[in-house]
Design a protein around this ligand. Structure first.
Ligand SMILES: [Fe+2]
Length: 451
């Protein structure tokens, strides 16, 4: 399987990494300014290598706090199935035993990089093994925990709080004809899967981040069931609120869509059979607008003894327009933030009314206001990235990539978040991207200050 490393980027520990969903990241050289490819960066296995096997950075030891935690993984038949599938995935498709998810988190309070991997065979058998890693600013592995969950699910993004990891269990099942084609190399591996809408609720796994801080005996392998069916695309932020009696509320802000809308065969409108990108697939027919991605607030309440009390899901600030790529000031990850930004469709286009996105929306979660900035006709935007400057949460810039269809050019837009929705234009600067670096649609970005 080709490592396309095209989903997200990260600068950490002096290295620039490009991540994807199928395996190890690629390291990009940032020393000479050419962005040359260095090669595979074995983030999660490098701790088992000998010093001479590692070009730079040194060997890090797993701390004594490293733990592995197991639920009931199913055993028996599925152990056998895994033993059959693993050699195929590793030997023929060159998939590493553990595939790193493209979405990572940075905990600004502890100055840690948090990543998650799952076992390669989890894609094909109805159980999941997630391993969470926490690294210091030099890639030293500080903590590692493995959680076995007896459910077939697909995780693209996830969340963390001060004391928990949160996994949204998007339910999947094996597509038998698709899996045969995939294993024979005739179709992409993703076509082995389909969504599994067999239950009207959605499982959310609330996992202990630090075992020595967990007071309760709650069985974490039993998920919190959110009251509605939702496919979680991206988590903007999550944090904890504790009341005087010790009851805990975990609040997550996320972009979700319906199981009806999400389709493994045409993600982002790309049809692998024809090799064409058709954004109309990402739009909804009249009456189906509620199926599209939108932002929600998920609130999970746990009693002081850790037992589950209730879970609710509601539209964030009553904003129901198609929206994805939630972003916040990264200094506030894991904290009770005030503002969340995202890409949305606000203009009333005759064709393609919902996607691609053309507007940045800013939701103030305290005064419940909603304000927008639109890029203009026949222009589209991708994910907003917040660049902090100063100590106030709104101090900084939003960096957004614009694609102008009429001239087939990309621009980097720099917005003042405080001016979004005001009479003065929020646009601070607009830079043209060199023609050879143009791209019509992108996934995730990252901002890193110069060292
Ligand atoms: Fe993503």
């Amino acid at each position: 399987m080709k490592n396309v490393a095209n989903t997200s980027v990260l600068k950490w520990g002096g290295k620039l990494l490009c991540l994807w969903e199928g395996g190890d990241p690629y390291e990009i050289d940032i020393e000479n300014g050419h962005l040359d490819t260095v090669g595979i960066f074995d983030l999660i296995n490098r701790h088992h290598l000998q010093p001479e096997d590692i070009a730079s950075g040194g060997v890090n030891q797993i701390s004594e706090d490293a733990k592995e935690v197991s639920g009931d993984g199913g055993g028996g038949f599925w152990d056998f199935a895994a033993s059959v599938v693993k050699p195929i995935l590793h030997g023929i498709f060159k998939m590493p035993p553990k595939r790193l998810l493209s979405h990572y988190k940075i905990d600004p309070t502890l100055d840690r990089l948090l990543t998650v991997s799952c076992n390669a065979e989890d894609m094909l058998i109805p159980r999941s093994s997630f391993t969470f890693y926490e690294f210091d600013s030099n890639f030293k592995l500080l903590q590692k925990q493995e959680f076995d969950i007896p459910e077939h699910m697909m995780i693209h993004d996830w969340a963390f709080t001060e004391t928990h990891y949160v996994l949204f269990g998007n339910r999947i099942k094996l597509d038998v004809p698709g899996s045969m084609l995939a294993l024979s190399g005739l179709s992409p591996m993703i076509t082995a899967l389909s969504v599994n809408p067999n239950k009207p609720t959605s499982p959310i796994y609330v996992l202990p981040r630090f075992l020595d801080k967990v007071k309760s005996n709650r069985d974490w392998t039993i998920p919190v069931e959110a009251p509605s069916q939702m496919w979680v695309l991206h988590a903007g932020n999550a944090f904890e609120l504790t009341d005087q009696r010790g009851n805990l509320e975990i609040q997550i802000h996320a972009a979700i869509c319906s199981y009806k809308w999400f389709n493994f065969h045409k993600m982002f409108g790309y049809d692998w059979k024809t090799g064409k990108l058709d954004p109309s697939f990402m739009n909804a027919r009249d009456g189906d607008e509620n199926d599209l991605p939108h932002l929600v607030k998920v609130s999970i309440k746990l009693q002081s003894d850790g037992n589950f009390e209730e879970c609710s899901v509601e539209a964030l600030n009553n904003w129901t327009k198609p929206t994805d790529f939630p972003a916040i000031n990264p200094a506030f990850y894991g904290s009770n933030n005030t503002c969340i930004y995202a890409a949305t469709s606000y203009n009333t286009r005759q064709s393609l009314p919902h996607f691609p996105f053309d507007t940045v929306v800013k939701l103030n979660l305290v005064d419940m206001s909603v304000s927008t900035w639109s890029v203009g006709s026949r222009r589209f935007i991708g994910e907003p990235v917040f660049v902090p400057k100063g100590t106030d949460e709104e101090d900084g810039y939003l960096v957004v990539i614009e694609y102008a269809v009429s001239v087939q050019k990309c621009y980097m837009l720099i917005l003042n978040p405080k001016m979004i929705g005001r009479s003065e234009d929020a646009l601070v600067a607009k830079l043209e991207v060199p023609k050879h670096l143009n791209f019509p649609l992108g996934f995730h970005g990252f901002w890193a200050a110069a060292d």
